[in-house]
Structures are given as C-alpha cells and as structure tokens.
Design a protein around this ligand. Structure first.
Ligand SMILES: Cc1cc2nc3c(=O)[nH]c(=O)nc-3n(C[C@H](O)[C@H](O)[C@H](O)COP(=O)(O)O)c2cc1C
Length: 188
C-alpha cells in the first residue's frame, strides 16, 4: 500500500523558508513518482489554544470544533509526518504550540509502548541567537509522542534563508546520505 505522508508548515508566514521547504518537498516527491503528500499550512488554519479544561479526558476529543479536526484526521491517516517550523525564542511559534497542545486528547487515549510512526522536523532560524532550538525539538517530540509518532530526525536550517531550507529538503525527506538523527526517546 502507498505510504501516506503529511507535511505541516508550522510558520505563520505564507512565503517564508518553511513554506518554501514544504512546497519543495511536495515537488520532489511528485518528481520521484510518489503519492502526493497532504500539505497543511498553519497560516491557513484556525487552531484555538488549549484551555486546559480536561474535558478531552471524558470526551476522548476536544470540545472545540476548528481546523484541529482536519489536523487530527491527517495525523491519524499518516504513516510518516514532516514538520517545517521556525524557531521563535528557542521554542515553537505560538500557532504551532497551540497545535501541539491540542494533541492532549491523545494523552488520555494513546497506547503506551505501541509502535510509533516517524516524524521528521526541519527547523528554520535566522541565527544570531545563543539559545539554540532545543525547546522546539522537545515540545515537538513530547506532544507528537502521545499521537503515536517518534521524532526520527531534526534538520537544522539556521541562517540559511529559504534557499538553504529548500536545499535541505532531501535530508528532511530522509533521502540524503547524511542525516542528523534525533534522540529516539519519547518522554511520556
Ligand atoms: C518572535 C520571533 C522570534 C525569533 N526567535 C528566533 C530564535 O530564537 N532563533 C533564531 O535563529 N531565529 C529566530 N527568529 C527568526 C525566525 O526563526 C526565522 O526568520 C525563520 O527563518 C522564519 O521562518 P519562516 O520564514 O518559515 O517563517 C525569530 C523570529 C521571530 C518573529
């Protein structure tokens, strides 16, 4: 069966480096004759922040109806997940953090110890900030673990701009010889 892939562009900017990398990834997959991935651009979505009400513990899903329904449907249908995110003050941008927090319904339902699907993260940053991007990586790993994913690799594009992010796409897709592997431990 064909591999189902979803790419999430986690930038609020429609024409930024993450959007360029997302479009390039879809182009490269098409050129390789592979099935078209789902592409979700966060700037086109409405994802309200989690309010921590814990109603998802009882309902098994969030009480709010917004674009998160489509995100969860895409995640549930995916064999592989790709995320392109900017780093904002070492962590995720607010919209991406809202998306990650809205994965909390999975926290009550997911099977610990079950098989996990791979997620690959491309990080775009302007550089010049001494604090790195570990919080972005850890938030991604933690939240997606409960949705049944394992952070497989992290491809940093710091100070490279859109051209550098596009050039890193083969590594992001796992099609290049050398990859920087992420820590496979998933936390909770
Ligand atoms: C609020 C804010 C905080 C940022 N913090 C960092 C940072 O800590 N480190 C960094 O390298 N770049 C930082 N940047 C720059 C962005 O990560 C960078 O411009 C990135 O390439 C944007 O991705 P995009 O073009 O896909 O939107 C920050 C930008 C903004 C708006």
């Amino acid at each position: 069966m064909a591999v189902e892939r979803t790419i999430i562009c986690a930038s609020p900017r429609p024409q930024g480096a993450c959007a360029a990398a997302t479009r390039e990834a879809a182009r490269l997959l098409a050129a390789a004759g592979e099935p078209a991935p789902r592409t979700l651009f966060l700037h086109e979505l409405e994802v309200a922040p989690c309010i921590g009400c814990d109603r998802c513990k009882r309902l098994g899903r969030c009480f709010m109806r917004d674009s998160m329904d489509a995100v969860i449907a895409a995640l549930d249908a995916s064999d592989e997940l790709f995320i392109a995110s900017p780093v904002y003050f070492a962590g995720p941008p607010a919209g991406y953090k809202a998306l990650l927090d809205r994965l909390q319904p999975y926290f009550w339902t997911f099977e610990r110890g079950g098989a996990r699907r791979p997620v690959r993260l491309l990080v775009s940053g302007a550089g010049g900030d001494p604090h790195g991007f570990d919080p972005l990586v850890v938030c991604t790993r933690s939240a997606l673990a409960v949705a049944g994913f394992r952070l497989e690799s992290v491809v940093p594009c710091i100070g490279t701009g859109a051209a550098g992010a596009r050039a890193a796409v083969p590594r992001w897709l796992g099609r290049a010889a050398s990859e920087e592997e992420g820590n496979p431990s998933d936390g909770r």
